[in-house]
Design a binder for this molecule. Structure first.
Ligand SMILES: [Zn+2]
Length: 604
């Protein structure tokens, strides 16, 4: 009798382990509170899930240009039911992906997070690094023995870090994106995991920073080869062409410069093969430039919510999700294109799918949803010219040549060629002169050798840069380190907020509105960008900021706000320590006061 009961019990356990290996793993990982049904509202007034949704390169005006075409359950619902700030701007430059993504959950600018750009030159090692480079880690599910990424260069704690520190790691924090940096930086240093799309093999990758092997549900997801099923997929407009002609001009325009080898055209429909005969690296890279990449992310996020049981109990979990494909498409076609418009309409539907899923599994009543973007975008310079806007395209070599020639003219003597005053850095086994993100890096050893005062040389370099038409202003290290900046000067303030002494250059050059200095792509197989972002001007800084949840009073808020306000607002709501560097303000105008809510609950 007893034996058969033990046998039965063992059989049941074995069956559970076979059917639900993930359940066994997650049971090992943490002492989680009991599950609550999605329909029930937690007795504890804290939300069970915080969902940060970022769309990469989403200008504020996409809401006003295309918002009437949004569906019922996506961004349109957030605009209708959420607290919606119409004047949210980033307050740093360069307005790039990594610095922007580091702001949301730290509440801090690059001057504190240390994430000054997507890539920068590292003086200690003499090389170019990415914001998430970490050679002490390996990539999981990538190519064999590939070096990995981590949040170790992020110098501040995040909301996710603080909620895990506060509850003994019972909360789960997960970051997901197509781009590595956009998954890793918002989730933070103490995250359980970050996952991103690998263009070498079509897998969702992670890093040994988080664990030695990806969870079984991720391995199962990768085995489904969902990306491969999209080979040859045809991307056409969601709505009739007339809507696009009305709002985004002509489709077939000369500045949209598609790589010939991709066998794609610069107008709809786009057939996605990357020029390859079967799924391979060129195809996976091409997939990044389509709405299908966002579909993959939604499918993966749903798996994460289910398998990691996000929002299933009273310990608040955090999921950060960043849609990168909108940025890739924006770079290729520009903000006034049929493709950018279609990506916007489609990401609205994709967010709707995800929100419906969250509602069914967690309950939107138990969730705080935040919607924002890491930066906007400038029009394609050639298109801007046709629109009678100022500005033009500049290449890196245009600026470098003027500065190098000028330095020689000023300082060279018979015994002193003055040819090495710009610091060289290694990048992919080659040495390149230190000009990146509008930052010029001086060779301090060479200046010392030749007895040149670095402060003076910074000013000389800045004045030389001003000779290039399109350069508006320059800032020197000396000026920024001594804080000789008027905070009422928005451009100067944004430069200062983007400056981190040990990572930034010595002279920072700011271009006039609509003029852009294009850095060549780091990977030579990447196409040259048509449009870009990075400036301190409103087309790059002005982004959506919407928070939807039962603690936020629905409505439009015209007060100035920034994406750095999200983190301190959430920390207050979740009753955890504000992230270490947080300088944003609590968005109190939209918070339904604790007293009112407690009063409302107490009444019979
Ligand atoms: Zn971006």
């Amino acid at each position: 009798m007893k034996n058969s009961r033990i046998r039965n019990y063992a059989r049941v356990v074995l069956l559970i382990l076979l059917l639900f290996p993930a359940a066994f793993l997650s049971a090992q990982q943490a002492q989680r509170a009991p599950k609550i049904s999605p329909r029930a509202i937690a007795k504890d007034s804290r939300p069970r899930l915080v969902l940060l949704i970022v769309v990469d390169q989403f200008r504020y005006d996409y809401l006003t240009r295309f918002g009437d075409l949004f569906g019922a359950s996506g961004i349109g619902r957030l605009m209708r039911e959420g607290a919606f700030w119409t004047e949210a701007n980033f307050d740093h430059m360069p307005t790039y992906t990594a610095p922007g993504h580091a702001v949301f959950m730290t509440g801090a600018w690059p001057s504190q997070t240390g994430i000054i750009a997507n890539e920068w030159y590292e003086r200690d090692t003499g090389r170019k690094v990415k914001s998430v480079t970490d050679d002490s880690t390996t990539k999981l599910a990538g190519l064999p023995d590939e070096k990995g990424y981590s949040p170790r260069r992020l110098l501040c704690s995040t909301v996710g870090d603080e909620i895990r520190l506060a509850d003994g790691d019972r909360s789960k924090v997960i970051g997901i994106s197509t781009k590595d940096r956009s998954a890793i930086l918002p989730s933070g240093r103490r995250a359980n995991a970050a996952y991103w799309f690998g263009t070498d093999n079509g897998n969702m990758l992670s890093s040994s920073y988080y664990f030695n092997q990806e969870p079984q549900w991720v391995e199962r997801f990768n085995r489904r080869r969902l990306a491969d099923q999209l080979f040859g997929a045809r991307w056409d407009r969601l709505l009739p062409e007339a809507e696009y002609l009305k709002r985004a001009g002509k489709d077939d325009v000369p500045w949209e410069n598609l790589d010939k080898s991709s066998k794609d055209t610069n107008s709809f429909p786009h057939v996605i093969t990357g020029g390859a005969a079967s799924p391979s690296k060129m195809f996976y890279k091409a997939l990044d430039y389509t709405p299908f990449a966002n579909d993959l992310l939604v499918a993966f996020a749903e798996e994460a919510i289910t398998n990691e049981e996000l929002g299933a109990n009273a310990d608040t979990d955090l999921l950060t999700l960043s849609f990168s494909a909108n940025d890739y498409v924006g770079h290729r076609f520009g903000p006034y294109s049929h493709e950018a418009m279609d990506m916007t309409l489609r990401v609205d539907r994709q967010i709707g799918t995800l929100l419906d899923f969250v509602d069914a599994h967690v309950g939107l009543r138990n969730t705080v949803v935040i919607f924002s973007a890491d930066h906007g975008a400038s029009p394609v310079p050639e298109q801007a010219a046709l629109m009678n806007l100022p500005g033009r395209r500049y290449q890196r070599s245009d600026l470098l040549q003027i500065v190098e020639d000028g330095l020689k003219a000023k300082y060279a003597r018979k015994d002193r060629p003055a040819a090495d005053y710009i610091q060289g850095f290694t990048n992919r086994a080659e040495t390149e002169p230190g000009l990146l993100n509008g930052n010029l890096y001086l060779n301090r050893a060479a200046l010392k050798r030749d007895g040149i005062d670095p402060d003076e040389c910074e000013r000389v370099v800045g004045e030389l840069a001003m000779r290039l038409p399109g350069v508006a202003r320059y800032f020197t290290r000396n000026q920024l380190e001594r804080n000789q900046i008027l905070s009422s000067d928005a451009v100067a303030r944004r430069v200062l907020n983007g400056f981190y002494p040990s990572r930034s250059g010595d002279v920072i050059v700011v271009f006039e509105p609509y003029s852009i200095l294009f850095d060549p792509p780091d990977d030579p197989t990447d196409p040259r960008p048509t449009a870009t972002h990075g400036s301190p001007y409103s087309y790059d800084t002005h982004v959506p900021l919407i928070i939807m949840g039962r603690d936020f009073a629905n409505g439009r808020y015209t007060q100035p706000a920034t994406p750095a306000d999200i983190a301190p607002t959430l920390a207050g709501l979740l009753r955890v320590q504000a992230p270490s560097c947080s300088v944003g303000r609590v968005l109190s105008e939209a918070l339904i006061s604790e007293r009112r809510r407690v009063g409302a609950v107490a009444r019979p």
